[in-house]
Write a protein that binds this ligand. Sequence first.
Ligand code: SF4
Length: 434
Amino acid sequence: MVDKIRHVVCPYCGCLCDDIMIEVTDGKISGVENACTLGAHKFLDDAGNRLKGPIMRTGDEWVDISYEEAIEFAVKVLSEADRPLLYGWSGCATETQAIGAHLAELIGGVVDSTTSVCHGPSILAIQEVGHPGCTLGQVKNRADTIIYWGSNPIEAHPRHLSRYTNYADAYFLHNAFRERRVIVVDVRKTPTAEIATEFVQLEQGGDYHVLSALRAIIRGRGDIIPDMVAGVPKTQLIRVADMCKKAKFGALFFGVGITMTGGKYKNIRNAIEFVDELNRHTKWTISPMRGHSNVYGSNEVFTWITGYPFAVDYSRGIAFYNPGETTAVDILARKEADAALIMASDPGAHFPRICCEHLAKIPTILFDPYPSATTHLCTLQIPSAVNGIDAAGTAYRMDGIPIRTRKFIETGYPTDTELMEKIYDRIRQVKENA
Ligand code: SF4
């Protein structure tokens, strides 16, 4: 029997597209409409790739164990650890993230999300100078000028342009496709640069200089700008500044190309101040292109519960936040963590080698439905239902809008929220009885 399920939310990237149509045949996903290639693969490749149940490393072998045994192992490891690290949290529901934050407090651990290796610098800049942001709906309906800076949505967030910017209809623009101008700033000619009205190719690490030059031009001090700034001709900078000033509503989106290059959070602070400068003349907003489906949610939830958005250390009995010291990479590189719980992320594919080597030496418990690079480092892997496929939950879109993901098939896998609740309750009992 074939069922067509409409208004499914894609749980892959921070766009959280909520117009997906899924075809289910005999309880299995057989078709996907409206999703991009990334989202379609997330749905269509799902069934064949999942682990059937928890696996535990014993010597050189993987052994199948029950969920009950997996929970017992996690409880023992985490309750006995002196410096446990709870990392990831970007592909799970906010309900699970909340348990993670409370668990960190209970066991005196560190809770950090993938934010610390993507938009952590953006948050540091926003904490300093604020955030003139808006919803993606505002961008879609009002923006006539878009900047993608250090971000390549055609490959990383493929429907961002069709739902919200270049190819989207707009309520307040007569002919949105013709009226909109797209400026791409990047170190290489990406596929997004190919469709841009204006492509600004700067030298690696030149973001801060180019932003400063644009700010000076908008302030009326173009006379102090040299002929070339970080590989960009002054004539082009003047042209771009003019386009930005003439916008009726502009939206600057920035990616890890600017957060994870030289200058880091100072680049974002400069970008926010560039937008602030433009707001003396017209209306502009600035927003990060968040990658994982619910990385924004991790910042929201951790802030409600701990007061801080990521990298929260409870080893002193109170929440302590000092990115660069309490972030997962720093704790692993210093070989401090003596146990790790990795939730819905893949540090084995993204962390420096020294961190991966340490994760492989300590008891590492991985929550992931699929084998990943981190599988090769972990001691125990626990597959759970996938948020947005066989589990429902809340996720935050990249503009901070909470969206309820849908469960549309039944697979029998427990959700990570259920598993984490059990682990939390049992560790609390252990602590109370100690
Ligand atoms: S843009 Fe992102 S959320 Fe939308 S369908 Fe593609 S992967 Fe899914």
